[in-house]
Ligand binder design. Structure first.
Ligand code: SAH
Ligand code: SF4
Ligand code: F3S
Length: 493
């Protein structure tokens, strides 16, 4: 929604009246309230208020942060990357224990900032807050926190923010679950030219190691109409690349009143004018359909990249993980995809150290890595998540054995990925320019359709544009390149 539309909407709201009970109208009522509180505080301090949103998790978590930023900005805050802000919010992740530890570590720092600036407000939200035990710990050891909420009621952020201004005690609002999807709230995108879009929430798969279904709830798909409307608005606002987000996009639409497949949704999205590139995340191998492969193969817009989490190459471990495919099925699927889309880049996630995993199982994983030759793989050490079936398994693997297997898997991934990505050397491909290179400001960084990065000489005016780049030199996971034909006249500043 455009700022003028939001302002017009807020103008008609009477704060002396009762808050509406329906959504999102109720949140707009509270947003207006927040504006008046922020304005009052601005007057007191003689300056604008600042807010900092920190994302700890996956793309879905990052998209939620854009929703939080949208509310904060509309409430009158100036967004900043510095934690020395008037409002700090941590959007947490709990997929592995180290994600939790990072949050607790950084909370100590926020406490010292708040001691210096007692008017500062601190909020926590996201997946970690849905875990039993977290709230108790925060109430006991992190009493300076002003607001805690979870994943199911993030749409209520404006209402919760208003109550932070109204009361001193810590506000805690955690829902067990929800079947609600609230549409049409403000969003502040991180990048003007690309955006994530939630197409579904939650997960029904219950992989035995994974906490996500417990903290994100059951699978719910947004209606195609709402998704298309959102993407059309993004395209009108200058977005050229979109990423459709869900924990298992391949099961999109199954619980809709009028069921629609993910491939069917992609066909609709493809028609939207102005959108040049379509990505999606994540695909569960068990649900990847022939229809999807067909749609990808014939599409001009769907990027040549598929993230297809393997987790393990051992059928025995896959079964214990409740992944519902075998090593052979995974390999056959890869073959089918490569036959239909030869230039596709495949990336994956791998877990090492799942309970009961032996060095022979790790060898099976390594065998799959060598056979598939992933363009990239995220390798994780298994992390025990309380409440999941795997946490109760007796045969947890010792740290040394895990470390050995992990190093071996990582080495294999790096070797095969290097060879795999190198094959593009000497080609001229299209890249979407994302930013000025951090190390060398004379370079810009672009992303190829297959998700590989290329750095090449160029100026900031290229950001958000799709240009042809000659891939001159392979540097291990990324390329140095040159814009083919120099900077086109129309794109010169
Ligand atoms: N929905 C996605 C994954 C979401 S979590 C999918 O199914 O592919 C992202 C990755 O974190 C997973 O693919 C898995 O490799 C890893 N992961 C999840 N739980 C984990 C755990 N308990 N320990 C280690 N890695 C884990
Ligand atoms: Fe977790 Fe499995 Fe769901 Fe992915 S599909 S979020 S790994 S339970
Ligand atoms: Fe983490 Fe939640 Fe995403 S646990 S990986 S932020 S869904």
């Amino acid at each position: 929604m455009k700022i003028e539309e939001i302002n017009a909407l807020l103008e008609d709201i009477d704060l002396n009246g009762q808050p509406p009970s329906e959504e999102p109208a109720r949140q707009y009522y509270y947003l207006k309230k927040c504006r008046s509180y922020v304005e009052a505080e601005e007057k007191k301090l003689g300056r604008k208020l600042t807010a900092c949103v920190t994302t700890f998790g996956c793309q879905m978590n990052a998209r939620d942060s854009e929703k939080l930023s949208g509310i904060l900005e509309q409430a009158g805050y100036v967004l900043t990357d510095s934690e020395e802000a008037d409002f700090d919010i941590y959007n947490t992740c709990t997929v592995r224990d180290n994600a939790d530890q990072r949050v607790y570590g950084r909370l100590g720092h926020l406490n010292s900032l708040k001691k210096k600036n007692p008017h500062m407000k601190v909020a926590l939200c996201g997946c970690m807050m849905q875990e039993p035990g977290t709230i108790e710990k925060i109430r006991k050891s992190y009493r300076f926190v002003d607001l805690v909420f979870g994943t199911h009621n993030i749409f209520k952020f404006a209402e919760l923010l208003a109550s932070v201004f109204e009361q001193k005690a810590m506000i805690v609002d955690i829902w067990e679950g929800t079947d609600k999807i609230v549409e049409d709230l403000p969003v502040e995108r991180k990048y003007p030219f690309k955006s994530g879009i939630n197409i579904m929430f939650g997960c029904n798969n219950f992989c035995s190691y994974c906490i996500v279904p417990y903290v994100r709830g059951r699978e719910r798909s947004r209606s195609p109409k709402d998704i298309i409307r959102e993407i059309e608005a993004l395209a009108a606002d200058g977005v050229v690349e979109i990423m459709l987000l869900g924990q298992n996009v391949n099961s999109y639409g199954k619980n809709l009143e009028e069921p629609m497949s993910f491939a069917g949704l992609l066909r609709e999205v493809e028609k939207i004018e102005g959108i040049e590139r379509i990505r999606f995340m994540t695909s569960h191998p068990k649900d990847l359909s022939d229809e999807l492969i067909e749609v990808m193969a014939s599409s001009k817009k769907i990027c040549r990249h598929l993230h297809l989490p393997l987790q393990s190459g051992s059928t025995r471990i896959l079964q214990a993980m409740n992944r519902r495919y075998t090593k052979e099925q995974y390999l056959a699927l890869v073959e089918k995809i490569r036959a239909a889309i030869p230039d596709i880049a495949l990336t994956t996630d791998i877990i090492v150290g799942f309970p009961g995993e032996t060095p022979e199982d790790v060898e099976e994983t390594i065998d799959v890595i060598k056979k598939v030759r992933f363009d990239n793989a995220f390798t994780f050490i298994y992390s025990k998540r309380t409440g999941t079936p795997a946490a109760a398994m007796e045969n947890q693997v010792s740290e040394e054995v895990v470390k050995e297997g992990f190093d071996k898997v990582l080495r294999t991934v790096q070797e095969t990925a290097r060879e795999q990505v190198k094959r593009l050397s000497g080609l001229t491909l299209e890249a979407l320019v994302e930013e000025v290179n951090e190390q060398d400001p004379s370079l810009v960084t672009g992303r190829l359709s297959n998700n590989t990065l290329v750095h090449f000489p160029g100026d900031p005016s290229l950001i958000g544009k799709i240009v042809s780049v000659y891939l001159k030199e392979y540097k291990g996971f990324y390329f140095l390149g040159e814009m083919a034909g120099g900077v086109p006249e129309c794109q010169k500043a």
